[in-house]
Design a protein around this ligand. Structure first.
Ligand code: HEM
Ligand SMILES: *[C@@H]1O[C@H](CO)[C@@H](O)[C@H](O)[C@H]1NC(C)=O
Ligand SMILES: *[C@@H]1O[C@H](CO)[C@@H](O)[C@H](O)[C@H]1NC(C)=O
Ligand SMILES: *[C@@H]1O[C@H](CO)[C@@H](O)[C@H](O)[C@H]1NC(C)=O
Ligand SMILES: *[C@@H]1O[C@H](CO)[C@@H](O)[C@H](O)[C@H]1NC(C)=O
Length: 348
């Protein structure tokens, strides 16, 4: 039998280990219940009434400082929502025990303006600490990016939680390459219950922003391994791109994704009809698939129809959820318990 003193010592030693074990197990997804959050328009009306205006204000200031930043922030919604739902996972920095999504092929040297999200988070935390999720900040900021660029405005549903981790593998598996053709993109969007109209309208987000030569050199010099350029390119436009992105040149140089890259409009679709799409994944929507071509043509002559379909697509994409229990992160780049988790995994 243990003497009281020994028992006490054992308890002191074991209890922390037991709670470590329990908290570790809780992080194993099979054991945590899957659940869905009820997203609502005006979710923060009571708990953080200025949240939406603070986000808009910081976005506006970011745009004044660097016009491209609003496009870069808007892209984060796509890269966040397609990888295990809209859960802020794309924002997490790599740790000793977790490979970040930021370093996945579609994201590395490419996703940007994380500092704008940080600035928004700081401003929102000043006003109401611990209330507004980073996942919701991405959704609000993307909506504002479009409106500030001359596009439409819409109400966003809020109430998301931030993930506790990120998955570089899932990002690599899911995020489409600029080499993708229309058929592959239709299939990919379909996996998320997003329609062909969603695909074409959401691709219209490329009405703002820029892409690197890295994302187009293959189609300028060796489309599908043919050793030749993509035939679906206007000759004058191709000459322009050849100068921007010479063979063997600096692949970090960027060009506008459409002819009006700081204005959110239907110019992107007009460009595609004239074979002046920047990315292969853009041009393919007009050149390779009758079902997407019809919509490209329609949006190229009807901006209102594009705006309406775009809003519907953004809302549906924003509905993609991570069904694991999350949290409201204090810092969008780190899970709240990150330090403890790293320690835990070392202990076991
Ligand atoms: C349909 C499949 C899509 C593909 C294959 C694709 C691919 C790309 C690529 C390759 C770039 C340029 C990356 C670089 O060279 O650094 C880019 C930029 C961009 N993408 Fe997409 N994208 C797709 C859909 C979307 C969607 C759905 C959205 C948002 C709703 C979006 C928003 C953006 C924006 C705004 C930029 C410019 C970002 C900046 O200037 O920093 N894209 N995309
Ligand atoms: C699209 O790409 C896939 C995968 O590379 C290929 O199997 C398919 O034939 C392509 N479809 C078209 C219409 O080019
Ligand atoms: C797509 O819809 C089906 C049927 O309603 C549903 O079971 C599935 O979970 C949905 N997929 C996604 C990614 O939302
Ligand atoms: C073009 O791509 C193909 C297949 O990806 C490759 O085998 C070939 O060497 C490339 N040609 C040039 C000129 O880079
Ligand atoms: C682009 O720039 C990054 C640093 O920002 C560098 O690590 C990378 O090697 C460059 N990539 C190319 C293709 O030049």
């Amino acid at each position: 039998m243990l003497k009281p003193k020994q028992a006490e010592t054992l308890t002191m030693l074991n209890l922390p280990n037991l709670s470590l074990l329990i908290s570790l197990l809780c992080h194993v997804s099979i054991l945590s219940p899957l659940y869905a959050r009820e997203l609502q328009i005006g979710y923060y009306t009571e708990t953080c009434p200025d949240a939406e205006s603070i986000v808009r204000e910081v976005m506006w200031r970011a745009m004044i400082r660097e016009p491209r930043s609003v496009a870069s922030v808007m892209r984060l919604q796509f890269h966040d929502c397609f990888v295990n739902g809209c859960d802020g996972s794309v924002l997490l920095d790599e740790t000793e025990t977790m490979l970040g999504e930021k370093e996945a092929l579609s994201n590395v040297n490419s996703l940007r303006s994380f500092e704008v999200i940080d600035a928004i988070k700081e401003a929102v935390e000043d006003s109401c600490p611990g209330v507004v999720s980073c996942a919701d900040i991405i959704i609000m900021a993307s909506r504002d990016a479009v409106a500030l660029s001359g596009g439409p405005y819409w109400n966003v549903k809020l109430g998301r939680e931030d993930s506790l981790d990120a998955s570089q593998d899932d990002s690599s598996d899911i995020m489409p390459s600029p080499r993708a053709n229309a058929t592959m993109l239709i299939d990919l969007f379909n996996r998320f219950n997003l329609t062909i109209t969603d695909l074409v309208a959401l691709s219209g987000s490329h009405s703002i922003g820029e892409a690197r030569c890295f994302s187009i050199v293959f189609r300028l010099y060796n489309q599908s391994g043919s050793g030749r350029p993509d035939p679906n390119m206007d000759a004058k436009f191709r000459n322009k791109l050849d100068q921007l992105c010479p063979k063997g040149g600096d692949e970090n140089i960027t060009g506008g994704l459409d002819f009006t890259p700081v204005k959110f409009d239907n110019q992107y679709f007009k460009d595609l009809v004239q074979l002046r799409g920047f990315l292969n994944s853009d041009q393919t929507l007009f050149s390779d698939e009758i079902r997407t071509r019809k919509l490209v043509k329609k949006f190229s002559i009807d901006q209102e129809a594009f705006f309406k379909a775009f809003i519907e697509g953004m809302v549906r994409m924003g509905d993609l959820q991570n069904r694991k229990k999350g949290e409201i992160r204090k810092n969008c780049r780190v899970a709240n318990n990150q330090r403890k988790d790293d320690l835990l995994i070392r202990v076991f």
